[in-house]
Ligand binder design. Structure first.
Ligand code: ADP
Length: 611
């Protein structure tokens, strides 16, 4: 849980830092710039075309007006020219010029100016080379635009021929300043610029409004994508009525839902797998081709006395450190077939493991690692050994008295029977050995009976007081105790009750009391003390006997285990007494314990759960 949170936080910061690293501008900013460029170009082009059209139209209209004026004036001047009335010609020229608000000039074919509506003809230079004059002298209407030094202005000239008998006798030229057109054009351009600015601003506001409308759902989509990237798959992009963004939002939502489903399925499958692996008794380890641990289950971690997370990702060589296991993995990788071996693993204790290793294959059949399943055989092997030891022990225990009996029988057969005293002594020894055989068999039988019944849960437990059972056990041993002058005292609260099987508990108590008598010197005492712990009654048998060395204590309750074999045999012990006690305690869902020091006496304790 904790690691999931941290990884999500680091993902968020990764996304954030990516955004920080590359600050991006909104696409609409690019659009605004583009839009401005287009508007500006459109207006500039429009204003250029309009200016050109206006100018063209103006010039053509000036030209046609000058043409009519020049033609009319030519007709009017012809009369005066033929009558050589220069003064009248000049007056007419000035008059016509003023009326039409133009300048009129009359020029001789030689280029000499005869009359001008504005200037004194005498002060004017020869006009023979003016283009419009040249054209008019050829009998056409001449036209020209140029800067006039005399008028210090841009002028348009139109010249018409004055004909007499099909001969050009003079040229009438009309001219007008064109500076007015520039003023008009400048005005037009100003107005167009103003219109462009207003339209531009309005359109700009409009485009901002429109882009905002588009940007809002786009931002939803952006936020949605970001949320999905952060793993918040329950987030939904709001619906939108536009075809493109609406269907994009729907697609994204569907994608998130599908992704969420898949992730859920994957997590569920992983959890199921983990649950299966976790509940397995077998230790499971998966390694990759480089022998690095991909997965371990809790049983494996416990077996190798390590933490699961500290094992993952590390090599088998450094974590498990077992040459045989290493070999099994290498074999499986080399042969690509499952192998099975048994190996010893030394941790806190030695463990015997049955190892199955099988190649792990991916979908394409390629081996990418090895799956190792280990079964702990330690307990099984121990039980096998116990059984073997038990059979050997029983045979050995039975063999000794039988050999002895057989020996005496042969001795008797060989003639000892003829000597009644010896024969009687031998028979006495034989009887003792038979008794010993009998008690061994009895103990073995009662042990197996208790074991079998406990296994089948046939031992009946009843809530009973402990004191009567303990008293009866003491009574059984009374004679032997008296023989050794050993005093037995019981300290038991009358409230002590537990769920017990009285005959069995009595047998356990008898075994412990007998042991205390056997292994104590004469004149010592035995206290049987009952007290309660949190959840159990504790029955302690505290003697002042010979005590037991610590090295014997762990195996004391094993069958046929004896500390001092000679003394045990002399006392008629079978080596099964404590094993019986242990089984009886277990049948009561309790346990036994021993504390002892050589020379300091021993304390055997039986714990019985409080009902
Ligand atoms: P045994 O029949 O030999 O007494 P047990 O199983 O009863 O077999 O006891 C096992 C061994 O434990 C004994 O051989 C003896 O050495 C030791 N032992 C048992 N009880 C006592 C005791 N109270 N004090 C000292 N040693 C004991």
């Amino acid at each position: 849980m904790h690691t999931e949170k941290t990884s999500r936080r680091s993902e968020e910061s990764a996304i954030a830092s990516k955004t920080e690293r590359a600050p991006r501008r909104s696409i609409f900013r690019h659009l605004y710039a583009l839009y401005l460029l287009v508007t500006l170009t459109a207006f500039l082009t429009a204003s250029y075309i309009a200016s050109r059209a206006v100018r063209h139209y103006y010039l053509r209209s000036v030209e046609s007006s000058l043409t009519s004026h020049a033609t009319l004036a030519a007709a009017a001047f012809l009369d005066k020219l033929e009558s050589h009335d220069t003064v009248a010609l000049e007056r007419l020229c000035v008059e016509l010029g003023r009326h039409a608000s133009i300048r009129l000039t009359v020029i001789e074919p030689s280029g000499n100016v005869i009359a001008d509506s504005i200037r004194d003809p005498a002060s004017m230079d020869n006009h023979a080379h003016r283009p419009e004059v040249i054209a008019a002298l050829r009998g056409n209407i001449g036209q020209s635009e140029r800067f006039s030094n005399t008028a210090d202005d841009l002028l348009m000239y139109v010249a018409a021929p004055l004909r007499s008998d099909d001969r050009v006798v003079a040229v009438a030229r009309a001219s007008l300043s064109l500076s007015e057109i520039n003023v008009t054009l400048a005005q037009l351009q100003r107005r167009m610029a103003a219109a462009a600015t207003v339209t531009g601003i309005l359109a700009f506001l409009l485009i901002i409004a429109i882009t905002r409308r588009i940007a809002r759902p786009l931002n939803w989509v952006k936020t949605g994508a970001r949320e999905f990237a952060l793993g918040h798959l329950s987030h939904r992009v709001p619906a939108h009525d536009s075809e493109e963004i609406g269907s994009l939002a729907e697609t994204m939502n569907a994608m998130a839902a599908q992704l969420s489903d898949r992730i859920e399925t994957t997590i569920r499958q992983r959890n199921e797998q983990e649950a299966v692996l976790s509940s397995m008794v077998e230790a499971v380890v998966a390694v990759d081709r480089a022998e690095r641990i991909l997965h371990v289950n809790p049983a494996a971690a416990t077996l190798f006395e390590q933490r699961m997370d500290s094992m993952r990702g590390r090599s088998v060589r450094e974590t498990i450190r077992n040459a045989d296991l290493q070999l099994a993995i290498e074999n499986t990788l080399a042969t690509n077939t499952p192998t099975e071996t048994e190996l010893h693993f030394w941790g806190a204790t030695e463990r015997i493991l049955q190892v199955h290793s099988a190649p792990l294959r991916d979908a394409s059949g390629m081996t990418f690692g090895v799956l190792i399943v280990m079964h702990d055989l330690t307990e099984l092997r121990r039980l096998e050994r116990v059984r073997r030891d038990f059979v050997a022990n029983v045979s050995h225990e039975l063999k000794t008295p039988l050999t002895s009996i057989k020996g005496f029988v042969e001795t008797l057969q060989d003639g000892a029977i003829e000597h009644p005293d010896e024969a009687r002594r031998f028979l006495g020894i034989m009887a003792k050995q038979v008794l010993r055989l009998q008690s061994i068999l009895e103990d073995l039988l009662s042990l197996s009976r208790i074991e079998q019944q406990a296994e089948k849960q046939q031992i009946e437990l009843k809530s009973e007081e402990l004191l009567p059972t303990l008293r009866s056990a003491v009574q059984i041993c009374e004679q032997r105790a008296q023989l050794k002058q050993i005093e037995v005292a019981i300290e038991c609260p009358s409230s002590a009750r537990a769920r017990i099987n009285a005959p069995l508990l009595e047998q356990a108590a008898v075994n412990l009391i007998e042991n205390a008598i056997k292994y104590s010197d004469a004149g010592k005492s035995l206290r049987i003390v009952v007290s309660s712990t949190d959840d159990a009654w504790l029955i302690q048998f505290i003697d002042q006997g010979v005590g037991i060395e610590a090295s014997h204590l762990p195996r004391l309750f094993e069958r046929f285990y004896r500390v001092d074999k000679a003394r045990s045999s002399k006392e008629g012990g079978t080596g099964l007494g404590l094993a019986i006690v242990k089984h009886i305690a277990a049948a009561h869902h309790g346990r036994v314990e021993v504390h002892s020091e050589p020379g300091q006496g021993s304390t055997f304790s039986i714990y019985l759960p409080i009902a």
